[in-house]
Design a protein around this ligand. Sequence first.
Ligand SMILES: NC(=O)c1ccc[n+]([C@@H]2O[C@H](COP(=O)([O-])OP(=O)(O)OC[C@H]3O[C@@H](n4cnc5c(N)ncnc54)[C@H](O)[C@@H]3O)[C@@H](O)[C@H]2O)c1
Length: 256
Amino acid sequence: MDLGGRSAIVTGGAGGLGEATVRRLVDLGMRVVVFDRDAGRAEALAKEIGDDAAAIGGDVLDDEDVAAAIAAAGSLGPLTVLVNVAGGGVGGGRTVARDGTPHDKDAFVQTVELNVVATFNMTRFAAAAMGGNEPDEDGQRGVIVNTGSLAGLEGKAGQLAYGTAKAAVLGMTLPLARDLAPMGIRVCAIAPGTMGTPVMLGALEHLKHDPAEGVLQPKRMGYPDEFALLVESIVRNPYLNGENIRLDGGLRFTAK
Ligand SMILES: NC(=O)c1ccc[n+]([C@@H]2O[C@H](COP(=O)([O-])OP(=O)(O)OC[C@H]3O[C@@H](n4cnc5c(N)ncnc54)[C@H](O)[C@@H]3O)[C@@H](O)[C@H]2O)c1
């Protein structure tokens, strides 16, 4: 599919992995909506990119904000690519803390909302919009890429909420791909290991262990652009569909 002049939405587009994805999609000739609840950073990025980007400051859980992002994409070109990057952890910890306190219920629910409900919400509206596109020679109208985590496959102790939420994101891939195939829309997800985004680097600063521990090769954290490169591969390869792809340098999470 020729991506030139087509539009994309990147949720969490002002964050570490999101920004790298925005930049790469623009380099591919796409026009990109940076959809992020951090309106200031979204606007700064879109301004720096110029005519090929627009910022929507809003929440992926809010239907009106989602509608605004889809309308903004439509005014840039046919919405063809959605990359759901917004997500993360909202506190949590172990099922029962060392002092005997049970896991906070609100933190669990919020983590599921931020990762699972948000991905579902954005996807349902974006897919409906993509359904109106002219199909290419393969009958393809759009591509959706979701963001899981190794925590969704091999959650560590203390990752109950986040690991559950990311497992659900990865669990959506096949039913989404099956639901949306008749509309010509492919769906894949990426399960990153430890990526050196500003948020991750900040969180790791206080830890004593090497963040690259367990990574086989290359012996370092992933670069945000390596995530964006995999998004590009998924978007450009029409035969990738219904798959969760690890991006981890061979890392396997152990219990702790
Ligand atoms: N960095 C890693 O090592 C790593 C590893 C595995 C998975 N992930 C996942 O990758 C994604 C991005 O991670 P990151 O490190 O770039 O984080 P980040 O915090 O830099 O980016 C997340 C962005 O999403 C935005 N956001 C959060 N909730 C939102 C909402 N409700 N509506 C709109 N925008 C919202 C934030 O403002 C932020 O800009 C997350 O889903 C994270 O769980 C990251």
